[in-house]
Write a protein that binds this ligand. Structure first.
Ligand code: GDP
Length: 374
């Protein structure tokens, strides 16, 4: 169950974002399991292919993939040194898989900015610095706890000793990288180093999607004076990370309208604008290196989550361990083939049903039928 945490300075619109997404249509999709934490919202990952399959199979149920979004309030300057409720919140972040970093890019004299003027680039730097300092502290703790032992080992030693020395050297290398002002995830690490890094639950190892909270007016006209500087900061500091503008005020107003016709009218009055949530959710999901495959039948059409590059057995495991353990072969329909053929029967008649072994890689959009020995 993968989670993205909403992070940012106070008063930038995190709660506004979280509340709006919780009450929006992406969260309104029925979640089959109950109990939802007040700080956790489960949102459906939008996918047009699932909608197409639903129209095609007309099953009893249409079940999307879900992403959990978590509100993590309270990150302030000095958090890594224990300012505010700093340390507790920083440990909250270590339990999420990815980060939505909300940055304030709206001017509103009524909303106080904790750091004075609205200055998103300074804010980005403050948050990144806090996350990095926390990582440095965690890595230093490891280094302090192991240094004496490693030094005592001297050169040579058993295979185990050598592995511990290598691991230690990796941690020191990562600490130096982070201390020099870099995020862990932007380093160029070998597979062996990545294995060591993964044992440390580092904050700056998590993928980040930047969300710029702009005024409704700026959102509608797709222009905001801070966006170029934010983009430049991201490109210089964390190249490849995505930036998505949204408007807390706009999303709140939209999410408060329940009637679909009234919603459509609200959007039409605003020049055909649309919510930024579908894009935000799919981008966040993608940042976690996840993809969808589908199952489709008379009872339900369903999107399942798996890691990009996963093998069939691993994908089957998202459904049930028994299926994965006794998997023999997989019938695969490529989504594009099915759409082109028009129906499952036509696809089969055209000889486009693909039979794959359990060690084959599953691809995004595959519609699968797992044949197991059960
Ligand atoms: P948080 O501390 O980051 O969770 O920030 P909040 O979501 O509580 O927002 C802080 C203040 O900014 C609240 O008064 C919000 O109503 C206001 N706010 C949030 N988003 C917007 C926005 O898009 N435009 C304007 N004008 N105010 C906003």
């Amino acid at each position: 169950n993968l989670k993205i945490g909403v992070v940012g300075l106070p008063n930038v619109g995190k709660s506004t974002f979280f509340n709006a997404i919780t009450h929006s249509s992406v969260a309104a999709e029925n979640y089959p399991f109950c109990t939802i934490d007040p700080e956790e919202s489960r949102v459906a990952v939008p996918d047009e292919r699932l909608d197409w399959l639903n129209a095609q199979y007309k099953p009893g149920a249409r079940i999307p993939a879900y992403l959990a979004v978590i509100d993590i309030a309270g990150l302030v300057k000095g958090a890594a040194e224990g300012q505010g409720l700093g340390n507790a919140f920083l440990s909250h972040i270590s339990s999420v898989d990815g980060i939505f970093h909300v940055v304030r890019a709206f001017a509103d004299p009524d909303v106080v900015h904790v750091e004075g003027e609205v200055e998103p680039v300074r804010d980005l730097a403050i948050i990144h610095n806090e996350l990095r300092l926390k990582d440095v502290a965690m890595l230093n703790k490891y280094i302090d706890a192991n240094q004496r032992n490693i030094e005592r080992m001297g050169s040579g030693g058993s295979v185990d000793d050598r592995k511990r020395k290598d691991d230690f050297a990796t941690i020191v290398k990562v600490r130096d990288w982070v201390q020099a002002g870099n995020d862990v995830r932007k380093g160029d690490w070998s597979n062996r180093e990545i294995e060591v890094i993964n044992t440390q639950y580092l904050l700056t190892a998590k993928p980040v999607t930047y969300l710029a909270n702009v005024s409704e007016k700026d959102y509608l006209r797709k222009k905001n004076k801070f966006l170029p500087a934010i983009k430049k900061w991201i490109d210089e500091n964390n190249p490849g990370d995505k930036l998505i503008p949204f408007s807390g005020a706009f999303e709140t107003a939209l999410a408060a309208i329940e009637d679909p016709q009234a919603q459509a009218a609200f959007l039409a009055e605003r020049g055909g604008a649309a919510s930024a949530f579908p894009k935000i959710i799919t981008t966040g999901y993608d940042s976690l290196h996840l993809m969808h495959f589908f199952t489709a039948g008379e009872k339900e059409v369903r999107a399942w989550t798996c890691r990009k590059g996963a093998k069939m057995t691993e994908a089957a495991r998202s459904i049930h361990n028994d299926i994965a353990d006794s998997l023999i072969q997989v019938d695969v329909m490529r989504f594009e083939d099915l759409k082109a053929a028009g129906s499952e029967a036509d696809l089969k008649a055209a000889g486009k049903l693909i039979i794959r072994g359990k060690d084959a890689r599953i691809e995004d959009g595959d519609i699968v039928y797992f044949r197991s020995g059960q």
